[in-house]
Design a protein around this ligand. Structure first.
Ligand code: NDP
Length: 335
């Protein structure tokens, strides 16, 4: 079993050299345990926070241990009557080729069907990122038909689902993404009403002009994934009583400060800003996953994926995710 462990903590920007590849034996199974062979490993922005020592909302990743992470795979061997060899399962197997899981621990493994939804999408649109989109949009932004919702990192795992869910609720969906190709996918394949390439704008004033054209009725809800000039530009276009779902601020994860130019607009517009962590809202997962699975199955939500090949490619692929080189959900294919 090959594994990737966190070998050192980043000083400033993270690098692939913070990780180390090891080979270990897979232990024999005890009663109740299941051996899972991972097909895909999920790379997610939250992993950057875990590389640091300081406590954020997630515990730091201990040095020398397998990096945490979501996985999908197949049961290779089972000593638990609830699982049989060949079952497809979602879990938190980490950055390794196999994991041994206590099949009796609630929530440790979830059996999934691949008849309507390809296995890899259970790490993206029909998994944690999709539920994140659903929670922030439905429970915090609560869009009404005809209102305008803006989402940043719009071509990504979370952002793509936000726009499709907003359109389903009769809202106008406007994306912000890096580059013409990502923007084309957002409007043409996901069906957003407009998408703005923030890289064409040097400051918040200029970006807010582009937002003015894309959002003629102003902005009623903003799903925040990045921070920086995108947040400032949206504040300049926000309507009274607009809501912001504070989901992520990826532009600051690698150690750079995130300046905010117009915080006073939160007051003058009487806005509501709410941060959330998707794993603290397990009560919505079944409803959210049902809707997301149906949207993917029907082809209304067409998730994109960036797939790196082989466990050894995970550290570089993760650096790419933090720098916007991924296009859609970043995965590592192991089998
Ligand atoms: P994505 O698939 O959207 O990938 C990250 C994207 O962020 C990149 O493709 C890039 O898109 C953009 N990006 C990267 N670096 C920067 C930067 N410096 N400035 C601006 N944009 C940048 O990732 P996810 O969909 O998995 O995650 C999206 C957000 O949701 C993250 O902030 C993440 O932390 C958050 N999240 C929060 C959860 C919660 O419970 N609160 C749960 C899951 C995710 P582009 O090229 O368009 O800039």
């Amino acid at each position: 079993n090959r594994q990737i462990v966190l070998d050192s903590r980043p000083q400033g920007e993270a690098s692939a050299a913070n990780f180390k590849l090891l080979t270990t034996d897979t232990p024999a199974l005890a009663d109740g345990q299941v051996l899972v062979r991972h097909h895909y490993l999920s790379l997610d922005p939250y992993m950057r926070g875990r590389m640091n020592e300081g406590k954020s909302y997630a515990q730091p990743q201990p040095l020398g241990q397998v990096m945490i992470g979501g996985t999908v795979g197949e049961v290779a061997e089972s000593r638990n009557p609830k699982y049989a060899a060949g079952d497809k399962v979602v879990g938190m197997g980490g950055w390794q080729e196999y994991s041994v899981v206590d099949g009796n621990q609630p929530g440790a493994l979830r059996k999934v069907s691949t008849s309507q939804v390809p296995l890899s999408h259970y790490l993206g649109a029909v998994g944690m990122p999709g539920v994140t989109a659903w929670y922030g949009l439905v429970k915090i932004i609560e869009p009404k038909a005809g209102q305008t919702v803006v989402v940043s990192a719009a071509s990504g795992a979370v952002g793509s689902a936000v726009g499709v869910l907003a359109k389903k609720r009769g809202a106008r969906a406007v994306g912000v993404a890096g580059g013409a190709e990502k923007c084309r996918y957002v409007t043409e394949e996901l069906g957003f009403d407009a998408c703005i390439d923030y890289k064409q704008h040097k400051d918040a004033q200029s970006l807010s002009q582009a937002l003015k054209e894309a959002c003629p009725g102003g902005v009623d809800g903003y799903f925040e994934n990045v921070g920086g000039i995108v947040l400032d530009a949206v504040l300049l276009r926000a309507n009274s009583f607009a809501r912001i779902a504070m989901c992520g601020m990826i532009s600051g994860y690698d150690g750079k400060p995130i300046p905010m130019q117009y915080p006073q607009l939160i007051l003058t517009n009487r806005m509501r800003i709410e941060g959330f962590i998707v794993s603290e809202h397990m009560e919505v997962w079944p409803e959210a996953l049902a809707e997301l699975g149906q949207l993917v199955g029907s082809g209304e939500l067409k998730p994109r994926e960036s797939v790196a090949q082989g466990l050894e490619s995970a550290p570089e692929a993760f650096m790419g995710l933090l720098r916007g080189r991924n296009f859609g959900k970043q995965l590592v294919k192991l089998v």
